[in-house]
Design a protein around this ligand. Structure first.
Ligand SMILES: Nc1ncnc2c1ncn2[C@@H]1O[C@H](COP(=O)(O)OP(=O)(O)OP(=O)(O)O)[C@@H](O)[C@H]1O
Length: 461
């Protein structure tokens, strides 16, 4: 009988070992005391110790965590509990631990622990993170300025020379940079972007060049590659280069000259195989004169200069872009495209668009979201765009609805007076009422007060 039980126990042990060997994540089985009693081959690989050595270890020798052993003893199941594993060389690596407690007669006897890498991304995730969203086909615009720009950009896409893209904010500089990468011989490599204005100076250096283990207080264990390294065989997009601090301008210049980098706190010189595209909305020439930007760096970057025109300088493209975004947001939000009154369209076409395509995109998203039926009038446009023009449209609409009166300045004036009187009757004469009336009419409060004073003089209000 005892012989039979012993045989079954041995079989069971072999089954456990066999099953564990099929699992590609590192597994430790521990007793309540923390003594390791089973490991799988992946664990040997992760801890860089043989099975025999691991079986003589205790959990606290292998995993850095103040609480894990306590959880084992209490039989507490865990999912994604952050710990650090310690390898034979004493290096620490962040992992997430899953704990499955083992009970016999309701008493905790041990646990199965499974570990998953915490920060190391899969190739798929890496590629998705650094993939481009845009290609030349996505860039809309048939104005002569855009046609010339796109022709030039397509021509230089295949070369490895540094590109400097200039243009106002929101004109599409990053879209162009991505399209160049997409059409280049490096399109299978990553497109890594960094905004030099958005990252604090103190972090920008380590983000760009990376660092070695222990390079500074707070540095991640094991070090970290910088964006230059991440962009290997791909393109590095340095956005807002005009905001790069002087000491980094000097460092970047050296990298461009030597095509090698060194991580902070490291001594190894790493070759840089990445194409550089820089962009800025700043006037670098004036910055050179005022000593804020290095002239030598400017010439290193200015190998292929491209200029993206502001939207107000390519008004030929506006109508098409408005229709495009109306349809695009309509499709995305499941809404029918709306029509514009002539005056509303005129207003959009005459507006100066200081925020360029980004502002246009936001405006169309706003309009598509409005619950106003299918006709967009001036009063549905954002106040910053319609300005004082709402009256103009209401007058035109009133004029088309009623039999056309003989045009006279006085009739226009009367319509305007009527609209103001109606708005005041509707919202009231209080300060809040006047504010609402002004908003409804699409004019500033100051303009409303001026008009009301005039009406008061005529004893109409
Ligand atoms: N030609 C274009 N056709 C369609 N959409 C465009 C075009 N150019 C830009 N866009 C859109 O405009 C928005 C702004 O583009 P992008 O971020 O490339 O501008 P930018 O010039 O890099 O801005 P910033 O200087 O503020 O970083 C993007 O959301 C993009 O979808």
């Amino acid at each position: 009988m005892a012989e039979q039980t012993e045989k079954e126990r041995k079989m069971l042990l072999q089954e456990v070992e066999g099953l564990l060997s099929f699992i590609s994540l590192p597994i430790l089985v521990v007793e309540k005391s923390g003594q390791v009693i089973h490991v799988n081959p992946t664990a040997e690989h992760i801890w860089r110790r043989s099975q025999v050595v691991l079986l003589n270890q205790r959990l606290t020798d292998l995993v850095e965590s103040t609480k894990l052993l306590d959880f084992v003893r209490r039989g507490k199941p865990l999912r994604d509990y952050p710990v650090e594993i310690k390898d034979a060389a004493g290096k620490h690596f962040p992992y997430l631990c899953r704990l499955h407690p083992l009970f016999v007669n309701r008493q905790v006897e041990g646990a199965i622990l499974q570990f998953t890498e915490q920060v190391i991304e899969t190739e798929f995730e890496k590629n998705r993170k650094y993939a481009t969203r845009y290609s030349f086909e996505d860039i809309r615009g048939n104005s002569p300025a855009m046609i010339a720009l796109l022709e030039q950009a397509r021509k230089i896409a295949k070369s490895d020379s540094t590109v400097l893209i200039r243009g106002e904010s929101g004109t599409g500089k990053e879209v162009l940079a991505q399209s160049i990468h997409h059409a280049s011989n490096r399109s299978n490599g990553p497109f890594v972007a960094i905004n030099c204005a958005a990252i604090p100076e103190s972090l920008l250096e380590s983000e760009l060049f990376g660092y070695e283990d222990g390079a500074f207080t707070g540095a991640k264990k094991g070090g970290k590659p910088g964006r230059f390294e991440l962009a290997l065989n791909g393109t590095l997009f340095l956005d807002e280069i005009g905001d790069m601090p002087p000491f980094l301008q000097a460092k970047l210049l050296r990298v461009l000259q030597e095509r090698r980098i060194e991580r902070i706190g490291g001594s190894e010189s790493i070759p840089v195989d990445t194409r550089l595209i820089a962009a800025t909305h700043k006037d670098l020439e004036s910055m050179i004169v005022s000593g804020q930007f290095r002239e030598d760096l400017f010439y290193r970057l200015h190998v292929i200069p491209l200029y993206v025109p502001a939207l107000r300088n390519r008004k030929e493209d506006l109508y098409d872009l408005i229709q495009f975004y109306m349809k695009w947001f309509g499709d995305r939000l499941g809404k029918e495209p709306k029509r514009f009154t002539t005056a509303a369209m005129k207003c959009l076409l005459e507006y100066q668009w200081p925020g360029n395509i980004r502002e246009l995109e936001n405006t169309l998203e706003y309009i598509v979201n409005l619950e106003i039926g299918d006709l967009v009038t001036i009063s549905s446009l954002p106040a910053s765009i319609r300005g004082d023009r709402v009256l103009e449209e209401e007058q035109t609409m009133a004029a088309t609805a009623a039999p056309a009166p003989p045009f006279a300045a006085s009739s226009l004036e009367k319509t305007e007076e009527q609209l103001i009187i109606q708005a005041i009757q509707r919202f009231g004469k209080t300060t809040e009422g006047k504010r609402k009336a002004a908003e409804h009419l699409g004019i500033s409060v100051a303009t409303l007060y001026r008009r009301l004073n005039k009406l008061k003089r005529k004893h109409l209000v």
